[in-house]
Ligand binder design. Structure first.
Ligand SMILES: Nc1ncnc2c1ncn2[C@@H]1O[C@H](COP(=O)(O)OP(=O)(O)O)[C@@H](O)[C@H]1O
Ligand SMILES: [Mg+2]
Length: 242
């Protein structure tokens, strides 16, 4: 199968700080890739560049052979790339339903009627129907995370980028998130999952990529990565720094 997402020599500088130093990463359609690494190793930066939130300083990203680096998040969403944020982002003053519709109406041109029908169906599966017409500010932290997942579901995503979705999440919600991730993946979506929760990474992912100081230091199946001295070393260094 041809590479779906091909990241080549990708770099990112913030002023004098080199956050990513020439990343090469090829991901095939339907892979569920865990992305781990100590704090500050560049995980969020990498996802932000794939998702169009930051421009790269160098290198390229192709989706099915076509350049996508530099495209706006809305355009990438139309191509089926969805993401969640390390700090949940919802529009607090819009209703829950309106939050679901923002991207659908503005970015990928569904009719209002079709988008609303789909949004209500998704809210039903998230057990948020009761709150559909409430402002998103009324949601608990866990419900806001669900809303973020709901917005990804609106896309029928081909690629899902998840930045620490399990942080501070109730076990029951975590289970629901696991199921949702597996459902997306079973439907053919490619997933890149950042998590500090090694149980989740090793439970969900058949491939684990480790970043350290902006470079990939390990890339393989969970067992290999778990036993990789370079990975241990990176985490021990992080521990002593902290
Ligand atoms: N917007 C930004 N401006 C300046 N520096 C940033 C910015 N975003 C990230 N960084 C820096 O880039 C490095 C990588 O950060 P990040 O990608 O958030 O790491 P991780 O998600 O692995 O914890 C860190 O040194 C961080 O301070
Ligand atoms: Mg991060």
């Amino acid at each position: 199968m041809p590479t779906q997402l091909d990241i080549s020599n990708l770099s990112k500088n913030f002023g004098g700080l080199r956050a990513l130093g020439g990343i090469d990463l090829a991901v095939d359609t339907g892979e569920l890739v865990g992305l781990i690494g100590p704090n500050g190793s560049g995980k969020t930066t990498l996802l932000n560049i794939i998702g169009g939130y930051y421009d790269a300083s160098g290198g390229s990203i192709t989706l099915d052979g076509h350049r996508i680096d530099g495209m706006a998040p809305s355009r990438l969403a139309r191509l089926g790339i969805g993401r969640s944020f390390q700090v949940t982002k919802v529009f607090k003053r819009l209703t829950v339903l309106e939050n679901m519709l923002v991207g659908a109406l503005a970015d990928w041109g569904l009719s209002r009627r079709a988008a609303e029908a789909k949004a209500r169906a998704v809210l039903e599966t998230l057990t948020l129907t009761r709150l559909a017409d409430q402002p998103a500010s009324s949601l608990s932290g866990g419900q806001a995370k669900l809303l973020e997942f709901g917005r990804i579901m609106m896309l029928d995503p081909r690629i899902v980028l998840l930045d620490e979705p399990f942080g501070g999440v109730h076990p029951e919600l975590k289970r629901f998130m696991y199921d949702t991730i597996r459902t997306w993946n079973a439907a053919g979506a490619t997933i890149i999952l950042i998590s500090h929760d090694m149980g989740s990474i090793f439970g969900l992912c058949r491939r684990v990529v480790t970043l350290s100081s902006g470079s990939i230091i390990a890339d393989g199946d969970p067992e290999a990565v778990r036993n990789d001295p370079a990975v241990l070393e990176a985490y021990l260094g992080d521990h002593h720094a902290a």
